[in-house]
Design a protein around this ligand. Structure first.
Ligand code: SF4
Length: 389
């Protein structure tokens, strides 16, 4: 028996090609895609405007298979976190952060992460595997329809959309799982799927330089960079990928990306670690980094108070230190925000997306191999910012 094809793995173009193979016209692919992503329907028989013959063909060859929900928790502040089973002992996390003017979903792109940033509990879990396109887009599909159901809102184009923004800042480095990530991004932006604007979808990378350039060509959405240090020697310690792609290369890539980006600035994320990267000198160095002649990068800063976890050996900078650091950036003319901690009571805050990863070993070896291969390939969440004044 041939394996059934999971239609969630197809981006819009691929679904047209697949329907073509079944002898169907492109408009049928659009109809099918709307049933899957706009109405959230899994049963081919319920797709009433598709010809019966097509429904029968699909039933014999295709399926719509999503990860199962292991747990679904809502924090006192409204943050909702789902733990999803992606098979073979692996689980991933998806977090929804509601605010007055938007609803942001933080999506994972890998089970675990090989980058192993020093302050990140996901990195400490090790890397297990890349997620498929279906597993990435399923997080948005599952969350959007679960949120509507909770509020009694109908599925379909008339139902009020609950998720207005998506950030690829969950588990994993999205640009090390490039192909699956870009296919999922295309679905997020497609009017016959989720119809999000490019400005409202953000890829957050720890700095996979060649893939930043590819993303500019393939699907330029908003870009955030997990920076965390203003110089190479400190960043080498905090973000090991920096040894492969140093700050000169990273800043040059950011500058190139801005020519294609839907936003006028790159968002630099900076995890505030007590006594490690949080002095006034570090703040001034950061300004020099992004304003250096010939490669100045239009920048915004998001300061993230570190969420301590036992094995890290690191501490959160004091609120006063975060404010003083932010003021230096602000006085230099940079929009600077401080991330509010959300979902602490359900472990959904930044850097707490640990999930369950089966293979917790040989992280270093995998990091090196993946960096060398430079083909495929994550982060820490919850983009709720408070403007520093
Ligand atoms: S911060 Fe991002 S890139 Fe670094 S280890 Fe965590 S998930 Fe991976």
């Amino acid at each position: 028996m041939t394996a059934l094809t999971n239609l969630l793995d197809f981006d819009p173009e691929q679904l047209v090609a697949y329907c073509g193979e079944l002898g169907e016209k492109p408009f049928r692919a659009k109809q099918l895609q709307r049933w899957i992503h706009v109405f959230g329907v899994n049963d081919f028989d319920a797709m009433t405007d598709l010809a019966k013959s097509l429904r029968e063909k699909l039933k014999g060859r295709a399926m719509i298979a999503e990860p199962t929900v292991i747990s679904d928790k809502t924090s006192e502040d409204g943050t909702r976190k789902w733990l999803l089973d992606v098979g073979q002992g692996n689980a991933i996390e998806t977090v929804f952060i509601p605010e007055d003017d938007r609803g942001t979903l933080c999506v994972s792109t890998q089970a675990g992460c090989a980058v192993n940033c020093r302050f990140c509990s996901t990195g400490k879990q090790g890397f297990s595997r890349n997620l498929t396109t279906g597993e990435i887009i399923s997080q948005l599909r599952m969350a959007e329809f679960a949120l509507r159901k909770t509020k009694g809102i109908e599925a379909g184009p008339k139902g009020e959309r609950q998720i207005s923004n998506v950030v690829l800042m969950g588990m994993g480095e999205p640009l090390l799982n490039y192909d699956a990530t870009v296919r999922a991004l295309k679905l997020m932006l497609d009017d016959n799927a989720y119809g999000l604007s490019r400005r409202r979808v953000t890829v957050s990378t720890s700095g996979v330089v060649p893939m930043i350039d590819r993303l500019a060509q393939d699907c330029p959405v908003a870009l955030a960079v997990s920076l965390h240090a203003p110089n190479d020697s400190l960043r080498n310690e905090l973000v090991p990928l920096n040894r492969k792609h140093g700050l000169d290369d990273l800043m040059a890539a950011c500058k190139r990306y801005l020519e294609y980006a839907p936003r006028e600035a790159i968002m630099f994320e900076y995890c505030m670690l007590d006594g490690v990267n949080d002095t006034d000198k570090h703040a001034r160095e950061l300004i020099t980094l992004v304003t250096a002649r010939g490669r100045s990068v239009s920048s915004k800063f998001n300061l993230i108070p570190f969420n301590p976890y036992p094995e890290s050996g690191l501490k959160r900078s004091s609120d006063a230190r975060v404010r003083a650091f932010g003021k230096i950036l602000l006085d230099a003319g940079f929009i600077t925000t401080v991330r509010k901690t959300r979902g602490d009571d359900i472990d959904a805050a930044c850097g707490q997306l640990a999930g369950e990863v089966q293979d917790r070993t040989r992280v270093q070896e995998r990091t090196i191999r993946m960096a060398v291969n430079q083909q495929r390939s994550g982060h820490s969440v919850c983009s709720v910012e408070e403007e520093l004044a």
